[in-house]
Design a protein around this ligand. Structure first.
Ligand SMILES: Nc1nc2c(c(=O)[nH]1)N[C@@H](CN(C=O)c1ccc(C(=O)N[C@@H](CCC(=O)O)C(=O)O)cc1)CN2
Length: 316
Protein backbone atom coordinates (compact mmCIF):
# COMPACT_ATOMS: atom_id res chain seq x y z
CA UNK A 1 0.00 0.00 0.00
CA UNK A 2 1.30 3.47 -0.86
CA UNK A 3 0.90 5.73 2.14
CA UNK A 4 -0.76 9.11 1.74
CA UNK A 5 1.06 12.15 3.05
CA UNK A 6 -1.41 14.48 4.79
CA UNK A 7 -0.34 17.90 3.57
CA UNK A 8 -0.96 20.41 6.38
CA UNK A 9 0.46 23.28 4.35
CA UNK A 10 -1.96 22.71 1.46
CA UNK A 11 -5.00 22.21 3.69
CA UNK A 12 -4.20 25.24 5.84
CA UNK A 13 -3.60 27.41 2.77
CA UNK A 14 -7.07 26.53 1.49
CA UNK A 15 -8.64 27.34 4.86
CA UNK A 16 -6.78 30.66 5.07
CA UNK A 17 -8.46 31.64 1.77
CA UNK A 18 -11.86 30.85 3.32
CA UNK A 19 -11.00 32.87 6.44
CA UNK A 20 -9.93 35.85 4.30
CA UNK A 21 -13.36 35.78 2.62
CA UNK A 22 -15.03 35.65 6.05
CA UNK A 23 -12.97 38.66 7.13
CA UNK A 24 -14.18 40.64 4.08
CA UNK A 25 -17.78 39.76 4.93
CA UNK A 26 -17.22 40.79 8.57
CA UNK A 27 -15.76 44.16 7.55
CA UNK A 28 -18.70 44.77 5.20
CA UNK A 29 -21.13 44.09 8.08
CA UNK A 30 -19.39 45.83 10.96
CA UNK A 31 -17.06 48.36 9.35
CA UNK A 32 -13.97 47.06 11.12
CA UNK A 33 -11.69 44.02 10.81
CA UNK A 34 -11.46 41.35 13.52
CA UNK A 35 -8.41 42.03 15.74
CA UNK A 36 -5.93 39.58 17.27
CA UNK A 37 -3.44 40.54 20.01
CA UNK A 38 -0.37 38.34 20.39
CA UNK A 39 1.84 38.70 23.46
CA UNK A 40 5.38 37.35 23.66
CA UNK A 41 7.41 37.56 26.87
CA UNK A 42 11.14 36.96 26.44
CA UNK A 43 13.34 36.12 23.50
CA UNK A 44 12.99 32.39 22.97
CA UNK A 45 13.92 32.08 19.27
CA UNK A 46 11.25 29.49 18.36
CA UNK A 47 8.49 31.45 20.15
CA UNK A 48 9.65 34.60 18.40
CA UNK A 49 9.30 32.90 15.00
CA UNK A 50 5.82 31.58 15.85
CA UNK A 51 4.65 35.02 17.02
CA UNK A 52 5.99 36.69 13.87
CA UNK A 53 4.25 34.09 11.76
CA UNK A 54 0.96 34.56 13.66
CA UNK A 55 1.12 38.35 13.25
CA UNK A 56 1.95 38.07 9.54
CA UNK A 57 -0.85 35.59 8.81
CA UNK A 58 -3.28 37.77 10.80
CA UNK A 59 -2.49 40.63 8.42
CA UNK A 60 -2.53 38.34 5.37
CA UNK A 61 -6.18 37.38 5.96
CA UNK A 62 -7.11 41.05 6.45
CA UNK A 63 -7.40 41.12 10.25
CA UNK A 64 -5.82 43.71 12.51
CA UNK A 65 -2.74 42.55 14.42
CA UNK A 66 -1.65 43.89 17.83
CA UNK A 67 1.82 42.56 18.65
CA UNK A 68 3.32 42.99 22.13
CA UNK A 69 6.90 41.87 22.73
CA UNK A 70 7.92 42.20 26.38
CA UNK A 71 11.36 41.62 27.93
CA UNK A 72 12.17 38.31 29.65
CA UNK A 73 12.32 40.15 32.98
CA UNK A 74 8.67 41.28 32.75
CA UNK A 75 6.83 40.82 36.06
CA UNK A 76 3.62 38.86 36.34
CA UNK A 77 1.74 41.99 37.42
CA UNK A 78 2.95 43.92 34.35
CA UNK A 79 1.75 41.12 32.10
CA UNK A 80 -1.59 40.96 33.93
CA UNK A 81 -2.02 44.74 33.44
CA UNK A 82 -1.44 44.39 29.71
CA UNK A 83 -4.01 41.57 29.56
CA UNK A 84 -6.59 43.72 31.40
CA UNK A 85 -6.02 46.47 28.89
CA UNK A 86 -6.44 44.06 25.96
CA UNK A 87 -9.58 42.62 27.59
CA UNK A 88 -11.06 46.14 27.60
CA UNK A 89 -10.13 47.06 24.01
CA UNK A 90 -13.18 46.91 21.73
CA UNK A 91 -11.10 46.37 18.61
CA UNK A 92 -9.34 43.30 20.07
CA UNK A 93 -11.41 40.13 19.54
CA UNK A 94 -8.73 37.58 20.37
CA UNK A 95 -5.85 37.50 22.86
CA UNK A 96 -3.02 34.99 22.81
CA UNK A 97 -0.10 34.79 25.22
CA UNK A 98 2.67 32.74 23.65
CA UNK A 99 3.85 29.78 25.77
CA UNK A 100 6.12 28.92 27.47
CA UNK A 101 6.38 31.92 29.82
CA UNK A 102 9.51 32.80 31.85
CA UNK A 103 9.81 31.09 35.25
CA UNK A 104 8.82 34.16 37.33
CA UNK A 105 5.33 34.18 35.76
CA UNK A 106 2.54 31.82 36.81
CA UNK A 107 1.13 30.52 33.53
CA UNK A 108 -2.19 29.45 35.03
CA UNK A 109 -2.82 32.87 36.56
CA UNK A 110 -2.08 34.55 33.24
CA UNK A 111 -4.32 32.25 31.20
CA UNK A 112 -7.14 32.76 33.71
CA UNK A 113 -6.84 36.54 33.34
CA UNK A 114 -7.77 36.46 29.65
CA UNK A 115 -11.44 37.22 28.97
CA UNK A 116 -12.84 33.76 28.02
CA UNK A 117 -14.68 35.36 25.08
CA UNK A 118 -11.32 36.50 23.68
CA UNK A 119 -9.42 33.32 24.61
CA UNK A 120 -8.67 32.22 21.04
CA UNK A 121 -6.15 29.63 22.27
CA UNK A 122 -9.00 27.92 24.15
CA UNK A 123 -6.76 27.49 27.22
CA UNK A 124 -8.94 29.30 29.81
CA UNK A 125 -10.54 26.85 32.30
CA UNK A 126 -13.94 28.24 31.30
CA UNK A 127 -13.39 27.17 27.69
CA UNK A 128 -11.87 23.84 28.77
CA UNK A 129 -14.98 23.24 30.89
CA UNK A 130 -17.34 24.25 28.09
CA UNK A 131 -15.57 21.86 25.72
CA UNK A 132 -15.82 19.05 28.27
CA UNK A 133 -19.54 19.65 28.76
CA UNK A 134 -20.57 20.28 25.14
CA UNK A 135 -20.98 24.06 25.50
CA UNK A 136 -19.99 26.86 23.12
CA UNK A 137 -16.26 26.74 23.76
CA UNK A 138 -13.40 28.36 21.95
CA UNK A 139 -11.38 25.20 21.29
CA UNK A 140 -7.60 24.70 21.42
CA UNK A 141 -6.06 25.20 18.00
CA UNK A 142 -3.75 22.20 17.69
CA UNK A 143 -6.44 19.59 18.44
CA UNK A 144 -8.80 21.40 16.05
CA UNK A 145 -6.13 21.25 13.36
CA UNK A 146 -5.61 17.53 14.02
CA UNK A 147 -9.35 16.92 13.63
CA UNK A 148 -9.37 18.65 10.26
CA UNK A 149 -6.38 16.63 9.07
CA UNK A 150 -7.83 13.33 10.32
CA UNK A 151 -11.20 14.09 8.76
CA UNK A 152 -9.55 14.99 5.45
CA UNK A 153 -8.61 11.31 5.11
CA UNK A 154 -11.20 9.45 7.13
CA UNK A 155 -14.35 11.56 6.83
CA UNK A 156 -16.80 10.36 9.48
CA UNK A 157 -14.95 9.04 12.56
CA UNK A 158 -17.96 7.24 14.03
CA UNK A 159 -17.01 3.91 15.55
CA UNK A 160 -13.28 4.21 14.87
CA UNK A 161 -10.76 3.24 17.55
CA UNK A 162 -8.77 6.40 18.26
CA UNK A 163 -5.74 6.41 20.55
CA UNK A 164 -4.29 9.71 21.78
CA UNK A 165 -0.78 9.43 23.19
CA UNK A 166 -0.21 12.29 25.65
CA UNK A 167 -2.56 13.93 28.15
CA UNK A 168 -1.55 17.60 28.21
CA UNK A 169 -4.19 20.26 28.84
CA UNK A 170 -3.30 21.90 25.53
CA UNK A 171 -3.38 18.90 23.19
CA UNK A 172 -4.05 15.43 24.62
CA UNK A 173 -7.11 16.11 26.79
CA UNK A 174 -9.01 18.39 24.37
CA UNK A 175 -8.04 16.07 21.49
CA UNK A 176 -9.70 13.14 23.25
CA UNK A 177 -12.81 15.23 23.85
CA UNK A 178 -13.10 16.32 20.22
CA UNK A 179 -12.68 12.74 19.03
CA UNK A 180 -15.30 11.51 21.43
CA UNK A 181 -17.68 14.26 20.27
CA UNK A 182 -17.08 12.97 16.75
CA UNK A 183 -18.23 9.50 17.90
CA UNK A 184 -14.82 7.79 17.89
CA UNK A 185 -14.01 5.33 20.69
CA UNK A 186 -11.13 7.04 22.46
CA UNK A 187 -8.24 5.79 24.59
CA UNK A 188 -5.69 8.16 26.15
CA UNK A 189 -2.26 6.55 26.54
CA UNK A 190 0.46 8.14 28.70
CA UNK A 191 3.62 7.46 30.66
CA UNK A 192 1.72 5.23 33.09
CA UNK A 193 0.13 3.08 30.36
CA UNK A 194 1.09 -0.61 30.51
CA UNK A 195 1.92 -1.99 27.08
CA UNK A 196 1.80 1.34 25.28
CA UNK A 197 2.90 -0.26 22.00
CA UNK A 198 -0.01 -2.73 22.14
CA UNK A 199 -2.42 0.10 23.00
CA UNK A 200 -1.24 2.13 19.98
CA UNK A 201 -1.55 -0.95 17.76
CA UNK A 202 -5.31 -1.01 18.41
CA UNK A 203 -5.76 2.41 16.82
CA UNK A 204 -7.44 3.08 13.48
CA UNK A 205 -6.52 6.70 14.19
CA UNK A 206 -3.36 7.35 16.23
CA UNK A 207 -2.62 10.88 17.45
CA UNK A 208 0.74 11.36 19.16
CA UNK A 209 1.55 14.43 21.27
CA UNK A 210 4.23 13.52 23.80
CA UNK A 211 7.26 15.64 22.89
CA UNK A 212 9.62 12.62 22.69
CA UNK A 213 11.44 12.45 19.37
CA UNK A 214 10.50 9.38 17.31
CA UNK A 215 9.07 7.53 20.32
CA UNK A 216 6.37 5.69 18.35
CA UNK A 217 7.97 2.98 16.22
CA UNK A 218 6.62 1.38 13.04
CA UNK A 219 5.70 -1.84 14.86
CA UNK A 220 3.47 0.15 17.29
CA UNK A 221 1.14 0.99 14.40
CA UNK A 222 -1.77 -1.06 13.06
CA UNK A 223 -1.36 -1.63 9.31
CA UNK A 224 -3.61 0.82 7.44
CA UNK A 225 -3.97 3.22 10.37
CA UNK A 226 -4.04 7.00 10.00
CA UNK A 227 -1.34 8.72 12.08
CA UNK A 228 -1.32 12.37 13.16
CA UNK A 229 2.06 13.38 14.59
CA UNK A 230 1.85 16.51 16.77
CA UNK A 231 5.50 16.44 17.91
CA UNK A 232 7.97 19.05 16.68
CA UNK A 233 11.42 18.12 18.01
CA UNK A 234 14.62 19.80 16.85
CA UNK A 235 17.61 17.42 16.82
CA UNK A 236 21.27 18.05 16.09
CA UNK A 237 22.12 16.89 12.55
CA UNK A 238 25.91 16.88 12.16
CA UNK A 239 25.44 14.83 8.97
CA UNK A 240 23.94 17.99 7.39
CA UNK A 241 26.93 20.08 8.42
CA UNK A 242 28.39 21.67 11.56
CA UNK A 243 25.74 23.17 13.86
CA UNK A 244 22.87 22.01 11.62
CA UNK A 245 19.58 20.71 13.03
CA UNK A 246 16.57 18.85 11.69
CA UNK A 247 12.97 18.55 12.84
CA UNK A 248 11.43 15.19 13.71
CA UNK A 249 8.06 14.24 15.10
CA UNK A 250 7.08 11.92 17.95
CA UNK A 251 6.69 9.10 15.40
CA UNK A 252 9.58 7.35 13.61
CA UNK A 253 8.45 8.51 10.18
CA UNK A 254 10.62 6.22 8.03
CA UNK A 255 9.21 3.14 9.77
CA UNK A 256 5.65 4.40 10.02
CA UNK A 257 5.35 5.29 6.34
CA UNK A 258 5.72 1.57 5.46
CA UNK A 259 2.72 0.63 7.59
CA UNK A 260 0.19 3.48 7.57
CA UNK A 261 -2.66 4.44 5.25
CA UNK A 262 -1.86 8.12 5.81
CA UNK A 263 0.45 10.19 8.01
CA UNK A 264 1.27 13.84 8.71
CA UNK A 265 4.88 14.87 8.02
CA UNK A 266 7.00 16.97 10.38
CA UNK A 267 7.42 19.74 9.39
CA UNK A 268 4.40 20.52 7.20
CA UNK A 269 1.68 18.57 8.99
CA UNK A 270 0.00 19.71 12.18
CA UNK A 271 2.14 22.84 12.78
CA UNK A 272 0.69 25.03 10.00
CA UNK A 273 -2.85 24.06 11.02
CA UNK A 274 -2.34 25.48 14.53
CA UNK A 275 -2.01 29.05 13.26
CA UNK A 276 -4.86 28.65 10.78
CA UNK A 277 -7.18 27.43 13.56
CA UNK A 278 -6.10 30.38 15.69
CA UNK A 279 -7.32 32.75 12.97
CA UNK A 280 -10.54 30.79 12.60
CA UNK A 281 -11.08 31.08 16.37
CA UNK A 282 -10.48 34.84 16.14
CA UNK A 283 -13.12 35.05 13.43
CA UNK A 284 -15.53 33.10 15.63
CA UNK A 285 -14.77 35.28 18.68
CA UNK A 286 -15.31 38.44 16.61
CA UNK A 287 -18.73 37.21 15.45
CA UNK A 288 -19.74 36.27 18.97
CA UNK A 289 -18.60 39.61 20.38
CA UNK A 290 -20.38 41.53 17.64
CA UNK A 291 -23.59 39.80 18.72
CA UNK A 292 -24.37 39.37 15.06
CA UNK A 293 -25.91 35.97 15.62
CA UNK A 294 -23.91 34.94 12.56
CA UNK A 295 -21.17 32.34 12.56
CA UNK A 296 -18.18 32.34 10.27
CA UNK A 297 -18.98 30.81 6.92
CA UNK A 298 -16.73 27.78 7.14
CA UNK A 299 -16.88 26.98 10.85
CA UNK A 300 -14.91 23.79 10.38
CA UNK A 301 -17.80 22.12 8.62
CA UNK A 302 -15.69 19.04 7.90
CA UNK A 303 -14.39 18.88 11.45
CA UNK A 304 -17.53 18.79 13.46
CA UNK A 305 -20.37 18.01 11.12
CA UNK A 306 -20.64 14.45 12.38
CA UNK A 307 -20.52 15.46 16.04
CA UNK A 308 -23.42 14.21 18.07
CA UNK A 309 -23.37 17.45 20.02
CA UNK A 310 -21.40 20.16 18.27
CA UNK A 311 -20.09 22.85 20.65
CA UNK A 312 -21.20 25.60 18.35
CA UNK A 313 -23.98 25.51 15.81
CA UNK A 314 -22.97 24.92 12.25
CA UNK A 315 -24.33 26.86 9.32
CA UNK A 316 -26.88 24.89 7.32
N1 LIG B 1 -0.15 30.33 23.25
C1 LIG B 1 0.33 29.28 22.58
N2 LIG B 1 1.60 28.90 22.75
C2 LIG B 1 2.06 27.81 22.06
C3 LIG B 1 1.23 27.11 21.14
C4 LIG B 1 -0.11 27.55 20.99
O1 LIG B 1 -0.92 26.97 20.22
N3 LIG B 1 -0.52 28.64 21.72
N4 LIG B 1 1.75 26.07 20.38
C5 LIG B 1 3.17 25.89 20.30
C6 LIG B 1 3.88 26.73 19.29
N5 LIG B 1 3.12 27.07 18.07
C7 LIG B 1 2.21 28.06 18.15
O2 LIG B 1 2.24 28.88 18.98
C8 LIG B 1 3.47 26.53 16.80
C9 LIG B 1 4.41 25.55 16.67
C10 LIG B 1 4.80 25.08 15.41
C11 LIG B 1 4.22 25.59 14.27
C12 LIG B 1 4.66 25.18 12.92
O3 LIG B 1 4.07 25.56 11.94
N6 LIG B 1 5.74 24.39 12.80
C13 LIG B 1 6.31 24.03 11.54
C14 LIG B 1 7.80 23.87 11.68
C15 LIG B 1 8.44 25.17 12.15
C16 LIG B 1 9.94 25.10 12.24
O4 LIG B 1 10.59 24.97 11.23
O5 LIG B 1 10.43 25.21 13.39
C17 LIG B 1 5.72 22.71 11.05
O6 LIG B 1 5.38 21.87 11.89
O7 LIG B 1 5.64 22.56 9.83
C18 LIG B 1 3.27 26.57 14.40
C19 LIG B 1 2.90 27.04 15.65
C20 LIG B 1 3.82 26.19 21.64
N7 LIG B 1 3.35 27.42 22.19
Amino acid sequence: MTAQMIDGVKISTGLLGDIARDVDAFIALFGRPPGLAVVLVGDDPASSVYVRSKAQKTLDVGMRSFEHRLPATTSESALLSLISELNRMEEVDGILVQLPLPAQIDERRVLMAIDPEKDVDGFHPMNAGLLATGGEALMPCTPLGCMILARSVLGDLTGLEAVVVGRSNIVGKPMAQLLSMANATVTIAHSGTQNIAGTCRRADLLIVAVGHPEMVRGNWIKPGAVVIDVGINRLAAPELGPGKTRLVGDVTFQEAIKVVRAITPVPGGVGPMTITCLLQNTMLAAHRRSASGKQPEICFRQTLSHSHDAPFSLPS
